[in-house]
Unconditional design. Structure first.
Length: 659
């Protein structure tokens, strides 16, 4: 039993004798709620002239270390990982790298240490020593955020360079390092006076340099000059978990800068290669590349004729290519062997033609499909036989399977909405004479013009690529649906026919738009926009983009917004391409700057919301509303205060002791 626990038990005994509480003795003993503390170390903490790679830190009780490989950070960084383990009442640290001369070493245990029995956390603890004649004690701190959405980045490496050259980050290990916690916060300790640049790195290969384009990174050109000053803060002394005993004004050393903000990003991967090929369905061969290229692959069939019968469907990025087989004989061929020539990155990082021989197997082979079809025919024949026996009309020939066109009308239909028509297979015929859009005028229905385009290309319907997903817009003058109006979409049978001859069925869809007074309007004036172009994104509570607009004279205007609660994100579109772009270190280009309006926006029906926003008025760490931050802080380790609960259970007054 520890000294504090003994004193606590004596206090409870005295209270019991004097009648301050009811008679009774604790039946299970009192919990140890005293955190462990260091009683010594070899070498001594903050020792100078150290030349030993082996460190022993001794504690007053048995301890344990939680996840040392992630939580414990040694600085300067160790290219060969140190061995760190708890052993009874001590921690053993073996530094496997050679010690650098005249250097301060820090071993930051963060909150990884707690006692072995009750798990009482020791709190943040850092051990330091120097191989020279003095200890460097300066610190710098700040946060790392995701560039794209200002989320805190947990567990990323943050380091300093005294070499201010841009090439240092790619050629030399970091000088001093730390890791971010769950709030994205970092503290780099043991810093010597001087000038530094600060970087963040998701170090994939453990060399403490930016050496792979896949590694997340952050950089800043700001020169950091560490300093410190005396300061005061208020410390709260708690009587127990609910009551404050005192608030003290405590002096401390304030290290600066403490407000560094690094915005991390992943560069666009420029290595082009064939990720995979697959044939999930017999009718379609898919090739997926790491990124697209304007020159499409050339295919030479080894056991089939690739010159006919292949219809290409590509996405907008041209990194996913679907080759549909119009020839049913080719569909029924389970194995396709081919030679494919495409542009790929060579060992020098240059795009050059590369030729691969591929063998692609159907995951749904011919025999399996025939068995499934036979079961469907047998089931249909049995149904017709039952119908015949009942004396009802029946069919003698199984009708062909129709083409199922999925029509999607947005639930929050507004004047700028589009209606989507999707076919499971490419379309060979689109008969627009069988597609009718009507508008209700009083009690009469009148024809209404419309525009029908391919979703991916936004092109007209007369080209050589496969078309499966179409967009239909009202084209009544301003290409907008009219509010407080009824429309009707009538699709006759056989309006669509796919490349296998399947025809669509008749369909009727009502389209009703609410009146203007059912929508709200949000107008956000960007006070610091100047001549720059901004993209504004209205977000729901899950951070899904509900609407996107381009600034007009420094104002983001969202019209016809469904009533509800929203959040607003904006970014400066530096290259005017209408999308957010990441950064590239070699070209000294940061990711496009993203801002969050710091408050929730409540949109009401028939009620305009007009606000002014200075996007840079708050630091990035305080912009994003907490309600939509996904990276939540880890639960703070605290003493459990189990003795309070035990005393209450026993009806004994609890008087905590502070020593």
């Amino acid at each position: 039993m520890t000294r504090n626990a003994t004193i606590f038990l004596l206090t409870v005994t005295l209270l019991t004798i004097t009648g301050c509480a009811r008679m009774g003795q604790p039946d299970g003993g009192w919990y140890d709620e005293t955190p462990p503390f260091v009683v010594g170390s070899i070498p001594a903490d903050q020792a100078t002239g150290v030349n030993a790679n082996r460190i022993n830190i001794f504690f007053n009780e048995y301890i344990k270390i939680d996840n040392p490989t992630e939580k414990v950070v040694v600085s300067p960084p160790q290219l060969e990982a140190p061995d760190i383990r708890g052993a009874g009442r001590r921690i053993l640290v073996q530094l496997n790298d050679s010690l650098q001369p005249n250097t301060t070493y820090t071993i930051d245990f963060s909150d990884a240490i707690s006692d072995n029995n009750e798990g009482n956390p020791m709190g943040n603890y850092t051990y330091s020593f120097s191989t020279g004649g003095h200890i460097d004690t300066l610190e710098v701190s700040g946060h790392v955020l995701e560039s794209e959405n200002l989320e805190p980045v947990k567990g990323i490496l943050v380091g300093l360079y005294s070499n201010l050259s841009d090439t240092a980050f790619t050629t030399q290990p970091m000088l001093r390092v730390s890791r971010t916690d769950s709030r994205g916060r970092f503290v780099i300790k043991g810093v010597a006076p001087g000038e530094y640049r600060c970087y963040a790195l998701q170090d994939a290969d453990g060399n403490y340099t930016f050496s792979q384009k896949s590694e997340k990174l952050a950089f800043s050109h700001d020169i950091i000059i560490p300093s410190c000053k005396p300061d005061f803060r208020q410390d709260t002394i708690w009587a127990d978990s609910l009551h404050i005993a005192d608030i003290e004004r405590v002096g401390y050393t304030h290290f600066l800068p403490d407000d560094i903000v690094l915005r991390a990003f992943n560069e666009t991967l420029t290595d082009r290669y064939l990720v995979k090929n697959e044939r999930k369905e017999a009718e379609c061969l898919t090739m997926i590349f790491s990124y697209g290229h304007e020159e499409l692959p050339q295919i030479e069939g080894l056991n089939f004729d690739a010159g006919t019968g292949l219809i290409l469907e590509t996405n907008q990025a041209q990194d996913t290519l679907n080759y549909w087989m119009a020839d049913t004989a080719l569909v029924n061929q389970d194995t396709l062997r081919m030679v494919v020539t495409f542009h790929a990155t060579d060992t020098l990082g240059m795009l050059t033609p590369q030729t691969d021989t591929l063998e692609v197997l159907s995951k749904n082979p011919y025999n399996k499909r025939m068995r499934e079809h036979a079961k469907e025919v047998e089931k249909w024949e049995k149904q017709q036989e039952k119908t015949k026996k009942k004396g009802n009309s029946y069919l003698t020939e199984m009708p062909p399977t129709p083409l199922n066109i999925n029509i999607t009308i947005p639930a929050d239909l507004h004047p700028g909405s589009v209606i989507q028509l999707e076919s499971p297979t490419p379309l060979a015929v689109i008969d627009t004479t069988k597609i009718h859009l009507s508008i209700k005028n009083d009690t009469l229905w009148q024809d209404c013009p419309y525009t029908l385009v391919d979703k991916n290309t936004e092109d007209s319907l007369h080209n050589n690529q496969a078309q499966r997903i179409l967009r239909l817009r009202c084209d009544n003058g301003n290409k907008l649906w009219a509010t407080n109006t009824e429309y009707r979409l009538d699709i006759d049978s056989a309006a669509f026919t796919d490349i296998y001859g399947k025809a669509s069925l008749m369909a009727k869809k009502p389209i009703v738009l609410k009146g203007d007074d059912a929508f709200g309007t949000i107008a956000m004036t960007l006070a610091d926009a100047g001549d720059a172009t901004y993209i504004g994104q209205l977000l729901d509570a899950s951070e899904k983009v509900v609407r996107q607009v381009v600034s007009d004279n420094g104002t983001l205007r969202f019209q016809y917004v469904k009533p509800g609660d929203y959040y607003l994100r904006a970014f400066r579109d530096d290259n005017n391409n209408g999308r957010w772009d990441t950064g590239e270190y070699a070209k000294d280009r940061q990711a496009e700057t993203v801002y969050y309006y710091p408050e929730k926006i409540e949109c009401k029906a028939n009620w305009p919301v007009e606000k002014s926003w200075n996007t840079a008025s708050l630091p990035g760490t305080r912009q994003k509303p907490s309600a939509i931050i996904k990276q939540k802080p880890d639960k703070e380790k605290k003493i459990k205060n189990q003795n309070v609960q035990r005393a209450q259970k026993l009806g004994i007054q609890y008087i905590p002791q502070h020593f």
